[in-house]
Design a protein around this ligand. Structure first.
Ligand code: 26V
Length: 848
């Protein structure tokens, strides 16, 4: 019977329409007469999802049958954005179409809907802060596309990253209740519920067991982890992988002690607390607050995921020694490091393996990627807090450390300084702390940074002693990448089409093999092609102008008539002092003051325009809610915008825009519209950056420091095609030292800018408003070296103006050549490198 009723994918328009109407009428219980865009979005998603689930089932069955080594990608953040457009692009349906998208578009049109409007109804899945979370999303796209047997594991936060409102120029956070209308992309697996325990104590009443022998952890609080699955479709393959996110819910156990003492209310409260574990994503980027709930989230997720992984491994009845041949677990930063300890606990306490046998299995299974050198981001947990929540895990960490330090002592006898420096336990006042990065290194067989410069830097700084202990082979580099499906085809369909035509590849197979783009270089000088290229950019800029109008209360800030010769200069990313949005806005102020000065000294507006041609300075990004300085930078940008945009004297030559609530779906509109984007972090602070790659892939040029992946981007696209400036990372230490001892003076350009801010030009009501920002440079050591890089920044911006406005063909040529050579930064290349050099896994291809 099962075979007779085999569920089939829709493959043509007819099939889609049948599904769509079926879902409207039965799943949603609506009729075509009261089907609005939201309902159309839901029905389209459910219809497309049906197809994905069929492929998902086949993929999982195929993998079970072939039983290859699998990868598990553990990340506390998956910044997915919208799913529908991506699913339409990635999935194939209909024999003559490369993807289902055009077919569904036509169908919806006939049903009375516009696909673009329908797509906009989907809220972003914003379960991440920034680069680290979006990287995880790009990686799972590439793993599916390359048929790697891989699952992602994360948390199903009820609230994603907050929505940002700008009120009177200030950031105001509002909750992102993204599940308001339900979520057609998730499959709730009520049958998969994993109990997770916290608190309690270790029972050694038998008087015999030691911390090294199997021990009984008597837990105090129990919650359940319920699985929610999200299909992850590959591009031009029927492989659909799985992203499993956990939600916390109360157990059905009942606290009889409390009940009998008449404390019914408290026993219900305790149950309700369970749900708070997955309520909310911590909105800090690159900052560790050390809150207990965060550690609870981490253990909840690690315990549930490992349990799931182990259950799957056990089904094959292999001996434990084969775990590392069957399973690779990738730690996305240190957030999942408890999984290392949990696996050791399972093997020793529950499976009764010998400690050392267990430990060699653990270390062969895990690998760790580091994503930051920022001291304030490195995770450390006070042992009091840790031992209270996870008493047995703390014992295990002590023992891991004990054996590790013995190893070190053997290699470097009597080097007590070294021992204390590499100890997983930091001995410090007021309390000892667990250093999670050290635990991750000791518990993994490979450690990697995310760009060449960064990988070299961690070996010389934060992990120097570990290179001494383990040798340098344990440390490696995998430079980040981005998925060209979302960041080229989905975000910029017209450019993808133009490239496809130029490469004689109308089916856009180049999206699977981005190094093919080098062929584009042949067209870089072709005037016809340049014209078409420029037209795509101009259209994208118009779309961004629409977005800006929408998000600024309908006020049209950008002059559409002159859009082609207005340079769109964009910096969108989390707001952070190290990313130096303050330097950018100081540069804008410098330009504004210089224009005003020319006018005052009698120049005509035409003369001013010649020196300072049309430019729109566009910003976007969220600050962590508790990050005072970052919030002040946002306020300064908005204050400058208000003064500059209203200044009739400079006509429309300079515009400043802050786009509120920067997120993935806005990035898809903003990034394709850039002429220039800014990646100007203090050298040595930005591990990689990934938006730099996205902007270049969309034909934008870069102004940037010699930092993170900018270095390799320069190598790939050529130094003639990028505007680099500023001090190098090897000089940062010395420059900071000089500031401390007051050996530096402000460059005149910057002094002038700071003076105007202090005089209250941008905050007439409160001239002191921005004093802390100015003090951080003038009095507190200028940690991010704004004063050291400002002159070269301003000079480089002038060079940018000159090329854009007097050598436009040259500019377009640079743009084409950049795209031609950006292929290296496809996340497909990253996944190949991880698969071959770290995970040791191979693709499992569907039969064709
Ligand atoms: C740390 C913490 C500490 C606890 C609270 C929440 C939280 C969230 C994130 C982090 C670590 C952030 C590290 C990070 O996002 N690094 C970024 O990773 C990108 C992908 O590798 C890289 O492109 C960026 O340069 C890097 O800043």
């Amino acid at each position: 019977i099962w075979n007779k009723h085999q569920v089939k994918k829709f493959e043509d328009k007819e099939g889609f329409e049948g599904r769509f109407i079926g879902h409207v009428e039965t799943t949603l219980a609506r009729s075509l007469y009261n089907c609005d865009d939201l309902a159309a979005y839901e029905s389209t998603s459910l219809s497309v999802r049906d197809n994905l689930i069929i492929d998902w089932n086949n993929t999982q069955q195929r993998i079970t049958a072939r039983d290859p080594k699998r990868v598990y990608y553990l990340s506390l953040e998956f910044l997915m954005g919208r799913a529908l457009d991506n699913a339409l692009i990635n999935s194939q349906a209909g024999s003559d179409e490369p993807t289902s998208r055009p077919m569904v578009e036509k169908s919806l049109d006939e049903l009375g809907f516009n696909l673009e409007d329908v797509l906009k109804k989907e809220p972003d899945a914003a379960l991440g802060n920034g680069g680290l979370g979006r990287l995880a999303a790009c990686f799972i796209d590439s793993m599916a596309t390359q048929n790697i047997p891989a699952w992602g594991y994360g948390l199903r936060y009820e609230y994603g990253i907050f929505a940002q409102k700008i009120i009177d120029g200030y950031q105001v956070e509002t909750p992102d209740y993204w599940l308001n209308f339900g979520n057609p992309w998730e499959i709730e697996r009520n049958e998969i519920q994993v109990p997770v325990t916290f608190y309690g104590y270790v029972d050694r009443s038998d008087g015999e067991s030691t911390t090294l022998s199997p021990s009984d952890w008597i837990g105090g609080e129990r919650v359940l982890a319920v699985a929610y699955d999200f299909p992850v479709p590959g591009y031009k393959t029927s492989t659909v992988n799985n992203l499993r996110l956990w939600k916390a819910k109360p157990t059905t156990e009942f606290d009889f002690a409390k009940f009998n003492s008449g404390d019914y209310k408290n026993s219900v409260d305790a149950q309700q607390r369970a749900e708070s574990i997955t309520a909310c994503l911590y909105p800090n980027d690159n900052f560790n607050q050390g809150k207990e709930l965060r550690l609870k989230q981490q253990y909840f997720w690690c315990a549930a995921s490992l349990h799931d992984i182990i259950r799957r491994f056990k089904k094959t009845s292999r001996p434990w020694s084969e775990l590392p041949d069957q399973v690779a677990i990738q730690l996305n930063d240190t957030h999942p490091t408890l999984a290392v300890v949990e696996l050791q606990r399972v093997l020793v306490d529950l499976e009764k393996l010998d400690w050392h046998k267990a430990w060699s299995i653990v270390t062969a299974t895990f690998s760790y990627a580091n994503h930051t050198v920022m001291q304030e981001a490195l995770e450390k947990w006070p042992i009091g807090l840790f031992g209270h929540l996870l008493p047995r895990h703390l014992e295990i960490i002590y023992d891991i450390n004990w054996f590790f330090l013995q190893e070190v002592e053997k290699k470097f006898p009597k080097d007590f300084d070294l021992l204390s420096r590499v100890s997983i336990i930091e001995e410090c006042s007021p309390e000892r702390q667990v250093r999670m990065a050290y635990l991750a290194i000791v518990g993994s067989h490979k450690v990697n940074g995310v760009a060449e410069l960064h990988s070299e830097l961690i070996k010389k700084t934060i992990f120097k002693d570990f290179v001494k202990v383990y040798g340098s082979q344990k440390f490696t580099n995998v430079t980040n990448g981005i998925t060209p499906r979302r960041w080229l085809k989905q975000a910029n369909p017209k450019l993808a089409e133009l490239i496809g035509k130029a490469l004689n590849d109308p089916k856009q197979n180049f999206l699977l093999d981005m190094p093919k783009l080098t062929e584009l270089a042949k067209k870089a000088d072709d005037p016809e092609f340049q014209k078409a290229w420029d037209l795509v950019k101009a259209n994208n800029k118009l779309q961004l102008a629409d977005l800006i109008k929408d998000t600024n209360n309908g006020v049209d800030i950008i002059d559409r008539e002159h859009i082609k010769d207005t340079l769109f200069d964009i910096q969108v990313k989390r707001i952070h002092e190290y990313k130096r949005q303050q330097m950018n806005i100081f540069g804008v102020i410098y330009r504004y003051l210089a224009m005003k000065k020319m006018l005052k000294e009698g120049s005509t507006i035409e003369e001013v325009a010649k020196k300072y041609p049309r430019k729109a300075s566009i910003f976007g990004g969220k600050s962590a809610p508790g990050y005072y300085m970052a919030k002040l930078i946002i306020k300064l940008i908005n204050s400058v915008a208000e003064i500059v945009n209203d200044d009739a004297e400079i006509v429309d030559l300079l515009k400043v825009v802050f786009i509120p609530d920067y997120n993935v779906s806005k990035a898809e509109i903003i990034i394709p519209a850039s002429d220039l984007s800014e990646h100007i972090s203090t050298a040595g602070t930005e591990a990689s950056g990934t938006s730099n790659m996205k902007f270049v892939m969309n034909g934008g040029l870069i102004i940037g420091t010699v930092d993170g992946a900018n270095v390799e981007i320069t190598r790939e696209i050529g130094e003639d095609n990028i505007f680099l400036f500023g001090n190098l990372s090897e000089h940062v230490e010395e420059l900071r030292y000089n500031h401390q001892y007051k050996k530096t003076e402000l460059p005149p350009e910057l002094a002038q800018v700071l003076k105007s801010i202090e005089s209250g030009v941008f905050s007439p009501e409160n001239p002191n408003e921005f004093k802390p920002l100015i003090d951080s440079i003038k009095s507190h050591g200028d940690y991010y070296l704004v004063s050291d890089d400002f002159e070269s920044y301003v000079a480089t911006q002038e060079l940018v103006d000159e090329v854009y406005h007097t050598q436009k063909n040259d500019w377009i040529k640079k743009s084409i050549l950049s795209v031609a050579n950006i292929g290296f930064f496809s996340s497909d290349r990253c996944i190949e490198e991880y698969s071959e050099t770290i995970w040791n896994v191979e693709p499992v291809k569907p039969e064709t």
